[in-house]
Design a binder for this molecule. Structure first.
Ligand SMILES: [Zn+2]
Length: 423
């Protein structure tokens, strides 16, 4: 007689991690216990479908319920990182020792995608202190790889070049607009930058590609002047995970054993393929502050399908902007990144900031603040911008934007902040 045995499909590593996450937050966090109880979900069997039943988590809810969401005891916390606070007040995020290990593993995986080996030397040209996560994450990831690291941080251009010429790094990790300044400095000071040791640059904080993965104006500005390979990377402090391009340069790869991602529209429904949506993340393996369906506020397009590098996981497009920065003009939707793509094509622009306000009848008013060379004409720039935004924004010209950046305290990550939203 045949004996029927009930066979259950074994859980994938990701499903297992999700189940562990649900059980962990249920036991450790009063906030998540109440959310899960409200849904009447069987925690012992928590799966991908159950995840979809849970509400999305906004930054506001996170900030309000932070104390009830932290899962680790104070004695288990090693490091406190801080979000940039560019769009709202900063969030302090606690990391346990295992969280730091996870962060190192994440960056190690990301750096490997760029073809790095332990023979490479990396010069980190970003902030390493001020509770900034990325600088520390790079250092730990590179240590795991066994590569050399030069923690120059945000030292002046002269110091950056002195270190490049003496220690001969093969990689830089930097904000792309800073690379432009690095090139300008080399030209002005007779540094043979074309033949220096740097071959690859990991670009953080600003897009270097457009939605077709071609280099945008900023990326082209660097590549036209310097024969280096550029890699875009995107991350946020809350998710403690990065999306980095491989050698193919076709979107930021997900480290799929560390994060579950969704792309949601304004009604929190999954977007259709190719549609712009908000990146929503569920963190795996985090002990301090695990997040479930957290709305990053960053807009992108999700790409699925095999990458030429062989990775089958999803990739994300360049970030189009923040959800709050979606601009509506005469029925069309516009993102600030489209304006910067135009502005960056003009060599005369030294620095730029965009402010968004509402007028008395609730129309969006865009003001473009530009630091330009003395006496330069912006007529061509204005008409180029007009061809993109239809309604011409207001332009304000300055010699430098430093006082404005100081006033609004927006230079923490070295001119990373480009948009000030006062709506
Ligand atoms: Zn790839």
């Amino acid at each position: 007689m045949n004996k029927f045995i009930e066979v259950t499909k074994p859980l994938s590593a990701k499903e297992l991690k999700l189940q562990v996450l649900a059980n962990y937050v249920y036991r450790k966090s009063p906030y998540w216990k109440s959310v899960l109880d409200a849904q009447n979900i069987d925690i012992s069997d928590f799966g991908m479908e159950d995840l979809q039943k849970l509400p999305v988590l906004t930054k506001g809810v996170l900030q309000k319920n932070m104390n009830e969401m932290i899962c680790a005891a104070p004695s288990e916390i090693i490091d406190y990182v801080c979000t940039s606070g560019t769009t709202s007040s900063p969030v302090h995020i606690p990391l346990t020792n295992n969280d730091l290990e996870r962060l190192a593993y994440n960056e190690y995986q990301s750096i490997l995608r760029t073809g790095a080996t332990r023979d490479d030397i990396f010069q980190i040209c970003t902030t390493l202190d001020k509770q900034f996560m990325a600088g520390m994450a790079y250092f730990m990831g590179l240590k795991k790889l066994g590569a050399g690291v030069i923690r120059v941080g945000i030292e002046p251009l002269e110091t950056q070049w002195k270190t490049i010429l003496s220690i001969r790094p093969s990689y830089l990790i930097a904000v792309p607009s800073f690379i432009v300044k690095l090139i300008d400095y080399a030209k002005e000071n007779g540094i043979d930058y074309q033949n220096c040791s740097v071959k690859k640059i990991i670009c953080i904080g600003e897009n270097i590609r457009d939605l077709n993965f071609e280099l945008n104006a900023l990326g082209s500005k660097i590549r036209k002047q310097w024969n280096v390979q550029l890699f875009s990377t995107y991350a946020s402090t809350e998710m403690a995970t990065s999306f980095t391009e491989c050698l193919e340069g076709k979107g930021g790869h997900l480290n799929s054993d560390l994060l579950i991602i969704e792309c949601l529209d304004e009604n929190n429904k999954h977007t259709a393929p190719g549609e712009v949506g908000e990146l929503v993340v569920t963190t795996l393996d985090i002990e301090g502050l695990p997040l479930i369906r957290y709305k990053t506020g960053d807009l992108c397009i999700l790409h699925t399908g095999l990458c030429e590098c062989g990775d089958i996981g999803p990739r994300i497009s360049p970030i189009l902007g923040r959800t709050g920065q979606r601009l509506k003009y005469k029925g069309t939707t516009l993102y600030p990144s489209a304006i910067f793509d135009v502005i960056n094509k003009f060599q005369l622009v030294q620095d730029s900031l965009l402010t968004i306000e509402k007028d008395e009848v609730a129309n969006d008013i865009i003001k473009i603040h530009l630091a330009v060379n003395f006496g330069a004409s912006v007529v061509k720039l204005k008409s180029a911008v007009k061809s993109v935004v239809r309604v011409l924004p207001e332009f304000y010209l300055y010699e430098t934007l430093t006082p404005m950046r100081k006033k609004y305290k927006v230079d923490r990550k070295r001119k990373l902040v480009k948009v000030l939203d006062f709506r």
